[in-house]
Ligand binder design. Structure first.
Ligand SMILES: C[S@@+](CC[C@H](N)C(=O)[O-])C[C@H]1O[C@@H](n2cnc3c(N)ncnc32)[C@H](O)[C@@H]1O
Length: 144
């Protein structure tokens, strides 16, 4: 299992949590927009809260990178802020159509279901829906 983030502090925190939970995982600092240059191929790719930080231009580059690292028949599990979350604080809201359009070629969108993000309890100056910000959890299979 490989985990990435381009912030060293996030990598350190992930390593600490994995050790605490007895999980065997490798975490490396990496720019997710450089996935197309990565040598590894994976059966499952999990994106929790990353996709929604990207600009429209970077989204396309990111999805091309996902296509590169996901084995044929493998799946991407992607959770992002939903356009059903009110307001504009926090990450960009994403519609189901945007997700379907981006994964139109070479992918099968198996499911997009409503979920909630869990946020840190001491979040200040920012308010989301009661129960946590509304999210879409997409399951997308790589064809080929
Ligand atoms: C909202 S946080 C989500 C954190 C965690 N995955 C979770 O579910 O709680 C977004 C994370 O994406 C990372 N990030 C943003 N752009 C990135 C990029 N281009 N490459 C790698 N990581 C990136 C940030 O450093 C941050 O840790």
């Amino acid at each position: 299992m490989l985990g990435i983030d381009f912030v060293e502090g996030a990598i350190r925190e992930a390593r600490r949590k994995a050790e605490e939970r007895g999980l065997h995982a490798k975490f490396v600092p990496m720019d997710a927009l450089m996935l197309s240059a990565h040598e590894g191929r994976f059966d499952s790719v999990i994106d929790s809260g990353l996709f929604h930080v990207f600009s429209d231009e970077d989204r396309a580059r990111y999805v091309a990178g996902l296509a590169h690292v996901t084995k044929p028949g493998g799946r991407v599990f992607l959770m992002c802020f939903s356009d059903e979350e009110p307001g504009s604080q926090g990450p960009r809201r994403v519609s189901q159509k945007e997700l379907r359009d981006l994964f139109e070629d070479g992918w099968a969108v198996e499911e997009i279901r409503p979920e909630r993000f869990e946020v840190v309890p001491d979040l200040e100056d920012i308010a989301f829906s009661a129960g946590g910000p509304k999210a879409w959890l997409s399951v997308v299979r790589r064809e080929g």
